[in-house]
Write a protein of this length. Structure first.
Length: 362
């Protein structure tokens, strides 16, 4: 029954998106434009409105964070991210925000404070506020089709975000309401995200893990456990890494936790030479998406997969080239960067030895 309800909400959200685009086109039709311009301007208005709403959503998090004592660390827009360090702002390009319209990261000194829920609610409150403002705009101007575009877009985004499933704001809020003890894991993940953006080479990944009881549930706790699995990989404790990541995979119903654990289990399979298992993990849609991200660590994993499993030298060299290009500007923490640099060098050595063997045989 729950799945049917979630499905119906998703369907309703899609319907609202369609109605928003319809309102946008009708609004310009009423202004007397030709059919071509009506669709061009109408769709452009709806798309630009969507992107602006994404930005306002994250600004809502930032505003509520400011009200509850959070300090701004980073604010991302598409492939660009604005970070604040030592009181100064820095703008840079990043691959971390792929497929994300906007993103806010803030930190707070008191990591036991439940006001994190208010910060997480900021985006939802923005959507409700924009719906009210659009209704007022409609009454004042009688331009109901322009107002309707914003009403339906915000209704759609509100429904998508309030659902307590996956990695939505609603899911995070619901988790912290059900499990207040997970607040410490939520703050730990915020500090980890902030450090990767501010000064990744000043800390190690192991600085952002803590003991998590096996029976603890929730995406924040699972994120810490997944990072622990990666730390085991960095320390070459492959068996412990496999156990840790498999434990997360077996218990989680969170798509991000599931994909992250599958990604690092792919890495474990490559290190163990289990090509069949590696192929199984690499064929998963979410893992494929991660491997397409042009960051140094993802491309090193991709290169090993192409070399060991697919036997595709061209794709291996392509992934290695991207990994080398991205390594210096990587957002990886200190021990992560050293590990993936060494793993890339190991692959380069193995490929060189293979080429020399082929030359001698020839």
């Amino acid at each position: 029954m729950k799945k049917i309800g979630i499905y119906l909400v998703y369907v309703l959200a899609v319907v609202f998106i369609m109605l928003a685009f319809a309102c946008g086109t009708i609004a310009f039709a009423e202004l007397g434009y030709s059919a071509v311009l009506v669709f061009t301007f109408g769709y452009a208005f709806a798309l630009l409105s969507m992107y602006l709403i994404f930005i306002l959503h994250e600004l809502g998090h930032a505003f509520c964070g400011y009200l509850t004592g959070y300090r701004l660390v980073a604010f991302g827009l598409g492939h660009f991210i604005l970070t604040k360090k030592s009181g100064r702002f820095h703008l840079s390009r990043t691959a971390i925000l792929k497929n994300v319209g906007a993103q806010y990261i803030g930190l707070k000194e008191d990591e036991s404070d439940q006001s994190i829920i208010l910060m997480l609610s900021g985006g939802l409150m923005v959507h409700l506020s924009l719906i009210l403002l659009a209704i007022v705009f409609g009454f004042l101007t009688r331009s109901w089709y322009f107002a309707g575009t914003w009403i339906f877009l915000n209704l759609s985004f509100f429904l998508n975000n309030i659902l307590p499933v996956g990695i939505t704001d609603g899911a995070k809020i619901w988790e912290l309401l059900q499990h207040p003890e997970n607040t410490k894991y939520a703050y730990l993940m915020l500090r980890h995200s902030a450090q990767t953006l501010l000064a990744p080479q000043e800390y190690d990944l192991k600085d952002f893990i803590m003991p998590v009881d096996e029976e603890v549930r929730g995406s924040f706790a699972e994120s810490v456990q997944t990072l622990q699995g990666l730390v085991f990989i960095l320390d070459d404790n492959i068996e412990l890494a496999k156990q840790q990541l498999q434990s997360v995979l077996d218990k989680t119903d969170n798509p991000m936790s599931k994909t992250s654990s599958q990604l690092y289990l792919l890495q474990v399979a490559l290190m163990e030479g289990d090509n069949k298992k590696a192929e199984e993990y690499a064929s998963i849609r979410g893992v494929k998406s991660f491997l397409s991200i042009k960051t140094a660590d993802m491309q090193v994993i991709q290169a090993w997969y192409q070399f060991k499993v697919k036997k595709d030298v061209v794709q291996t060299h392509k992934a290695m080239k991207i990994a080398r290009q991205k390594m210096n500007s990587s957002r990886m923490l200190r021990d992560e960067k050293i590990y993936y640099q060494n793993w890339l060098a190991e692959l380069e050595k193995e490929m060189l030895e293979g080429t020399e063997d082929e030359t001698r045989n020839f």
